[in-house]
Write a protein that binds this ligand. Structure first.
Ligand code: HEC
Length: 150
């Protein structure tokens, strides 16, 4: 499945993301400890990315109370309750598509939710590299959102 972690993508991603991440103290503590599972590391990177790109609207705690969300027509939803709103099911494909946004029909939603697939791709100049960036970002964000479902 396209959105599941693939070793190549994760390796590329960790290579890009770890130097930028203040969350993981590369120089002092080492990149990982023996107790860190791959998904915990990915989810921690996802939290960094969430705080940078998403918290303004969805809130630092992801429950929807971010300051930039207040003026929107549709309030940013509580992202800790994605599964709860879907009968307990957290669908990787659906959530990834919502974050990426490029495959969503034009009429969908309020358009207050940025199309992150375009933005993340543009950050690295589009093309294949841009697509890898989108995949990496969506992957870590997905893992983070999965980890905070209640
Ligand atoms: C400018 C405000 C804003 C920002 C920034 C933002 N969102 Fe959203 N988001 C929204 C709004 C508003 C909705 C609901 C309306 C819609 O879906 O268009 C939404 C919906 C969602 C949904 C669908 C939730 C559901 O259960 O249907 C997901 C997933 C999501 N956002 C993830 C993210 C992620 C991940 C980021 C950061 C990369 C992010 N959002 C950044 C405003 C924002």
């Amino acid at each position: 499945m396209g959105v599941r972690p693939r070793a190549g993508v994760v390796a590329l991603l960790l290579g890009i993301a770890i130097p930028m991440s203040s969350c993981i103290a590369v120089s002092t503590a080492g990149v990982t400890t023996s107790t860190d599972s791959a998904s915990e590391i990915v989810s921690r990177l996802g939290r960094e990315s969430f705080l940078q790109y998403c918290a303004a609207c969805h809130g630092i705690d992801a429950r929807g109370g971010g300051p930039a969300g207040a003026s929107l027509k549709i309030a940013p939803p509580d992202l800790t309750a994605i599964a709860a709103r879907n009968s307990g099911k957290f669908s990787d494909v659906d959530v990834a598509n919502r974050i990426d946004g490029r495959s969503m029909p034009p009429a969908h939603g309020s358009h207050d939710m940025p199309v992150w697939g375009e933005r993340f791709s543009a950050q690295l100049g589009g093309g294949d590299v841009g697509e890898e960036a989108v995949r990496g970002q969506v992957l870590v964000l997905l893992e983070y959102l999965r980890s905070i479902q209640h």
